[in-house]
Design a binder for this molecule. Structure first.
Ligand SMILES: Cc1cc2nc3c(=O)[nH]c(=O)nc-3n(C[C@H](O)[C@H](O)[C@H](O)COP(=O)(O)OP(=O)(O)OC[C@H]3O[C@@H](n4cnc5c(N)ncnc54)[C@H](O)[C@@H]3O)c2cc1C
Length: 561
């Protein structure tokens, strides 16, 4: 198995590279110098004007100066773990712990960039299989050591804290040694793999069988199958192929009180679906040690194209009608006017200028761009495309051409790299997501934007809130909001927490879900009872008490404290 690159500690990507893009279906990484051009002068000016932001240099502290407290793992416990896993699989050196400190939210990055690693775990364990994982959970239960499963480390909701309210020592269970394909069942379109396997490695392995999983979140380069399952992730083509939780047909969950094998048959009526309890459990019930997912033949063709609409409301109405007729494309991404304008500013060159002119010419100058994509057999793709095209036209959409769609496809993994650049020049950059029914979406959209605007405006500055509908369903869609604002250099964490609190309250009050695909983590846990009700929280607590009676499994996430 090829070595999987480590994520850089203070940002995104493998160390030494700053941007990824897709070329001929493969991911390419570009070195630092070339990336300076990714924020064109026009975009810089646009942002300065919109935000009242003064560009300034705010680089991260050198990695060497990040502070780390000594490991608190008791020596006898460490010795027992070494006996179980081997010396090289129980690590408490600075680099191992630092690399598995927290995830990649804006707050995580602020902490790491300022030299704070007080949430570092006390040790990193790398078990080889389910049996070792179950044994280490039993051992940690006996000694009162908290266990945090760690996949790719890309959580954006505080899912990976190494601190414990009861001040117990914390170990991270890094699943990178369990990262291979276990079996491929071609007739049943199923693959079983280790939880530490990342997207690119899995796709390479499946390509040998002319199969694909097709799950492509923007964190695809680093996130893992176990992490996708534990957080109920959604990918860029989830509208068509389904979210990750819909693709999982079985999994193995090692818990402190035993191993659960869930799933197996293509469908079952044998009582409530326990698989659904493990999906989205975020490490609170144990460690997912194997995942079985439904795969499909590699698409013979992929078509991406752009459309424009006069307004956000017109774009939403058109997608709603596609949904009602079961004609939503596999990729659906409708940008609101703020995001459309910013994207056109960020895209330099003659193509972007021509598109801006064309949109103005058709009266869509303040309108919305829609990117759609279809995958599969050419005849089916063409038929679906034709049917959707005629409805989009009837609803006032105008084709903006394949270049818009292809440009989105080529640049779709770049935003996280660009985020590091924006953090370097004094900006607040964070994302939020939710989902709502078609009828509630406009209210949720207005409420979230208003709350963010009010919370982040100061005399002379205001945030830029850019939104797109990222996934469509028969009954509604998800909204993904990107927020840029002048960073409060003195209290940046407080600045974001205030805005996040206001936006979350507003989204829930308007009928949106707490999270469509980022999961609950530590950041959303105070609101879980508003989502599922106090009895719902009691049910989850009862399940946890059965599987994890000592409460050692990722106690800092999901369930309200
Ligand atoms: C730049 C960026 C882009 C992103 N884009 C998307 C996107 O498009 N769609 C999307 O859904 N999400 C996205 N995310 C969020 C994140 O990538 C997903 O939540 C992903 O599923 C996490 O996978 P991971 O392997 O990195 O898990 P981690 O971050 O390592 O862990 C996430 C949570 O799951 C638990 N966990 C991990 N592995 C296991 C396991 N084997 N057993 C039990 N619990 C486990 C952890 O304890 C933690 O609570 C993005 C994040 C970033 C930073």
């Amino acid at each position: 198995m090829a070595e999987q690159p480590e994520l850089t500690i203070q940002g995104w990507g493998p160390p030494g590279t700053r941007v990824a893009h897709v070329a001929d279906g493969a991911l390419e990484l570009t070195a630092d110098a070339a990336v300076k051009r990714t924020l064109p002068k026009a975009a810089r000016k646009h942002l300065a004007r919109e935000l009242g932001w003064t560009p300034r240099s705010t680089p991260p502290v050198p990695v060497d100066s990040i502070e780390l407290a000594p490991s608190r793992l008791p020596v006898p416990v460490r010795a027992e773990l070494v006996t179980l896993l081997g010396l090289e699989n129980v690590r408490d050196d600075r680099d191992s712990r630092l690399r598995r400190t927290g995830g990649k939210s804006y707050l995580d990055l602020l902490r790491r960039r300022s030299g704070d690693a007080t949430d570092a775990p006390d040790a990193v364990l790398t078990p080889a299989d389910t049996a070792q994982t179950a044994a280490l959970l039993e051992l940690c239960t006996r000694h009162g050591v908290v266990v945090v499963p760690f996949g790719g480390g890309t959580s954006v909701v505080g899912g990976l804290s190494g601190t414990d309210v009861d001040d117990r020592p914390v170990v991270v269970v890094d699943l990178s040694r369990m990262a291979g394909v276990v079996s491929v069942d071609v007739p049943s379109s199923l693959v079983t793999a280790g939880p530490g396997m990342r997207g690119p490695a899995l796709e390479d392995a499946l390509a040998e069988h002319d199969l694909t999983l097709g799950h492509l979140p923007q964190s695809w380069e680093f996130a893992t199958l176990g992490g996708y399952a534990a957080t109920r992730s959604a990918g860029q083509a989830s509208t068509g192929i389904g979210r990750f939780d819909e693709l999982v047909t079985g999994l193995t969950l090692a818990t402190p009180t035993g191993v659960l094998e869930l799933g197996h048959a293509p469908a079952s009526a044998a009582g409530p679906d326990l698989l659904g309890l493990a999906l989205g459990s975020e490490g609170t019930l144990g460690v997912i040690t194997e995942v079985t997912v439904r795969v499909r033949p590699r698409p013979r063709t992929e078509e991406y194209e752009g459309w424009s609409f006069r307004s956000w409301a017109a774009g939403l109405a058109a997608l709603q009608r596609l949904a009602r007729h079961d004609l939503l494309p596999d990729v659906v991404r409708l940008s609101d006017p703020d995001e459309t304008r910013a994207n056109l500013m960020l895209a330099s060159g003659a193509g972007a200028r021509a598109l801006r002119g064309a949109l103005r010419g058709r009266g869509h100058g303040d309108g919305c761009l829609l990117v759609v994509g279809w995958q599969g057999l050419p005849t089916i793709v063409r038929a679906r495309q034709r049917a959707a095209t005629s409805l989009l036209r009837e609803d006032g959409g105008k084709r903006a051409g394949t270049r818009v769609g292809e440009s989105w496809e080529r640049h779709r993994f770049e935003a996280p790299y660009l985020r590091d650049r924006l953090l370097d020049v004094g900006l607040l950059v964070e994302t939020l997501e939710t989902a709502a029914t078609w009828s509630a979406l406009p209210t949720v959209y207005d409420a979230a934007r208003r709350a963010l605007r009010e919370a982040l405006s100061t005399p002379g500055t205001q945030p830029l809130v850019m939104t797109h509908l990222s996934h469509g369903y028969a009954t509604g869609g998800s909204l993904y909001l990107t927020v840029l604002a002048d960073r409060d250099d003195d209290l940046p964490i407080q600045q974001w927490l205030t805005a996040k609190r206001a936006a979350t309250d507003a989204v829930l009050a308007a009928g949106g879900t707490l999270t469509h695909h980022h999961a609950v983590g530590a950041d959303h846990r105070p609101w879980l009872d508003r989502e599922i009700g106090p009895r719902g929280v009691d049910v989850l607590r009862a399940v946890k008490a059965t599987l994890d009676p000592a409460g050692i499994c990722n106690p800092g996430v999901l369930l309200p404290s």
